[in-house]
Design a protein around this ligand. Structure first.
Ligand SMILES: *[C@@H]1O[C@H](CO)[C@@H](O)[C@H](O)[C@H]1NC(C)=O
Ligand SMILES: *[C@@H]1O[C@H](CO)[C@@H](O)[C@H](O)[C@H]1NC(C)=O
Ligand SMILES: *[C@@H]1O[C@H](CO)[C@@H](O)[C@H](O)[C@H]1NC(C)=O
Ligand SMILES: [Ca+2]
Ligand SMILES: [Zn+2]
Length: 594
């Protein structure tokens, strides 16, 4: 401790001891929408700041000066809207990325000064089919003071500071210079550096003040799972293995899952391995048969079971790629593929999945660096049973993890920086549970849903309550967040709200057994996933429950002309997220025309 003290002063003023950090958040909920307290490997904590995003949605859209100008590009329209709406000079922001989805076109913008972008002052604009503005989110700030755009501290010094503070190594991903707004309105110039420790599984983007040398913030690319573990009662759940022939979706994966000519668990979307990326599972017989029966009575680490795990994870990773692709998470909207077939976006970023990763047990995690760098999933063994169980064989856990990649890439335009506050990180966990639930629904009944029953060998799974339409089975509401601090607990509130939204849409529109391919159909489960995915690209950086709800309602306006507006409001309001809900105070009010 003493040596840390010496080492910390004065270079790491932003890093504080636990007690100070906890004091900041002693009233849980207070800073959920702008801050996050993060524990570092060395026992220290850092409080990161993310300016609050304002968020406006416009129903059928509002005009901007170029709305009716034929041939105006996404960039032209964005500049036209921002200069007129915010009355700002176009030299104070820069179009960074954009894509045309099938329900809206999205632009992502950075505030700039002297041509240098701000890391945490960003905006997003969505245009509907009539080139009207459907939604606008912004964390642009008015600086109190702003540092000179000339760095004093060298990159080498900044790297060494970040490596020491974060206990890892610079990963050689090109460093950048960006402005960073602190919570007192002071804007500093920073070296932005990725620091990774593969042994312990950390992966950060560090922001080191290029004038003072202080580590001022970080982005954590890893979404930890810290599952609640419950006592074992009963259950065997290895049934359900099935041989699927050609499960790939050729629309989403035009050259199949083995497009680089591989005959192992390596392909364009996913690489699955154990221990080393060359340790994959090859075909069991030609051509491309991967039949490795899993043996429930022997350890997961036996060769046959390792193969079963790698094949199942490969199937799930690819299936999630294909499913999400159909609903709008594609090359241009920053997905994970090695070859983008000329469809835009950055490539060479397929998801790598490490099964039976030696770094942990009873858990799993997913790291989402920016578009163009591979997402990384680690699946661990679960030690609650004998023999142990393999997380890679529990579909809902793999789907939960993969969904972190979808939400982190689609919110804020591919940076991996926009689900970093406590509240947004909590919703990240919620979307992941809701997606796992979506993939496991088998009929129009919407039974209570429990995650993680196989790995824990218990009907209660790994969360505190089943997701349920019954408030006595699951009492969580928007206001529950006020008393919560941990992202998985906050995520349960969001997932339970989404469970109720799902039930309402299925109740109103029925249920399709083929939602992975008939994505233009109108059943409730299909509508739900379209709105789910569309809203990710629409919502602001570091959304709150309130802005995320607004993005759902706007997504319905964009895609379905608002046909489900009242259904959505009623479902949200039923769990406290009605009109006027704010600051974790419930509202059960619905719009008067509903
Ligand atoms: C923006 O501000 C700069 C510097 O004050 C000025 O030179 C430029 O003409 C302005 N541009 C517009 C579009 O007003
Ligand atoms: C990763 O963390 C471990 C445990 O703290 C440490 O021993 C190791 O040196 C770190 N690796 C790097 C590359 O810094
Ligand atoms: C898996 O396939 C790829 C592509 O053909 C190849 O480079 C790699 O060596 C294969 N891995 C193993 C372990 O055979
Ligand atoms: Ca990509
Ligand atoms: Zn998670």
């Amino acid at each position: 401790m003493v040596s840390f003290n010496r080492f910390l002063t004065p270079a790491f003023l932003a890093v504080v001891y636990g007690s100070a950090a906890l004091a900041l958040v002693s009233a849980p909920g207070l800073k959920h929408s702008t801050h996050r307290v993060r524990d570092l490997a060395n026992g220290l904590q850092i409080i990161t700041f993310h300016p609050e995003s304002s968020y406006e949605t416009f129903g059928q859209g509002i005009e901007h000066p170029l709305t009716d100008t034929f041939g105006s590009t996404i960039e032209d329209s964005t500049v036209s809207f921002l200069t007129s709406h915010l009355k700002i000079n176009s030299s104070s922001f820069k179009f960074r990325a954009g894509f045309a989805g099938d329900a809206a076109t999205h632009a992502y913008v950075s505030q700039i000064h002297d041509g240098i972008p701000f890391a945490n002052a960003v905006a997003n604009v969505a245009f509907n089919h009539r080139n009207k503005v459907a939604a606008f989110g912004s964390s642009f700030i008015t600086p109190k003071t702003i540092a000179s755009s000339k760095p004093i501290i060298t990159l080498e010094t900044a790297i060494s500071t970040a490596e020491k503070a974060l206990g890892g190594k610079f990963n050689e991903h090109p460093a950048t210079i960006e402005y960073f707004a602190k919570d007192d309105g002071v804007v500093v110039l920073t070296h932005v550096i990725q620091i990774r420790n593969e042994t312990v599984g950390t992966w950060y983007q560090a922001f080191v003040d290029a004038h003072s040398g202080e580590l001022v913030s970080l982005v954590d690319f890893v979404t930890q799972a810290s599952y609640l573990v419950l006592p074992i009662t009963k259950e065997i759940l290895t049934q359900g293995f099935q041989t699927l022939v050609d499960p790939q979706d050729m629309l989403a994966s035009p050259l199949g899952w083995h497009s680089s000519g591989t005959t192992n668990t390596t392909g364009n979307n996913v690489l699955v391995f154990k221990a080393s990326t060359t340790s994959t599972t090859g075909q069991s017989s030609a051509i491309l048969n991967f039949i490795y029966p899993q043996s429930p009575s022997t350890a997961p680490t036996t060769t046959a079971n390792v193969n079963a795990a790698r094949v199942n994870a490969f199937y799930l990773g690819n299936t999630m790629h294909d499913l999400a692709y159909r609903y709008g998470f594609n090359e241009a909207s920053f997905n994970f593929q090695n070859n983008n077939f000329g469809e835009g976006g950055a490539q060479n970023d397929r998801v790598t999945i490490s099964v039976q990763d030696a770094a942990g047990t009873n858990n799993a995690d997913f790291s989402t660096p920016p578009d163009g760098q591979s997402g990384h999933m680690r699946m661990f063994l679960w030690t609650l049973t004998s023999p142990q169980r393999d997380g890679a064989l529990e579909n809902d856990i793999v789907v939960h993890e993969f969904t972190h990649g979808i939400t982190n890439r689609m919110t804020g335009g591919g940076t991996g920086r926009c689900l970093q506050t406590t509240e947004a990180g909590g919703m990240g966990e919620g979307w992941s549970d809701a997606m796992a639930e979506w993939t496991e629904q088998t009929s129009s009944a919407v039974p209570d849903y429990v995650l993680g029953q196989y790995v824990t060998n218990t009907p209660a799974g790994i969360r505190t309550h089943p997701y349920s339409t019954s408030a006595s089975v699951n009492p969580l509401r928007y206001s529950s967040v006020k008393a919560l601090n941990e992202v998985h607990n906050i995520g349960e509130v969001w997932a339970n709200i989404l469970h109720n939204v799902y039930a309402s849409l299925v109740g109103a529109h029925g249920w399709s057994p083929t939602p992975r391919t008939t994505t233009c159909a109108t059943e409730g489960n299909i509508l739900f996933l379209h709105i789910f995915i569309d809203a990710l690209a629409l919502q602001p950086c570091n959304p709150t429950f309130v802005s995320a709800r607004d993005a759902w309602i706007q997504a319905d306006a964009n895609r379905y002309m608002g046909a489900n507006r009242c259904i959505l409001w009623k479902a949200f309001a039923s769990r406290g997220l009605g009109v006027g809900a704010a600051g974790f105070t419930d509202s059960s009010v619905i719009p008067s025309d509903c």
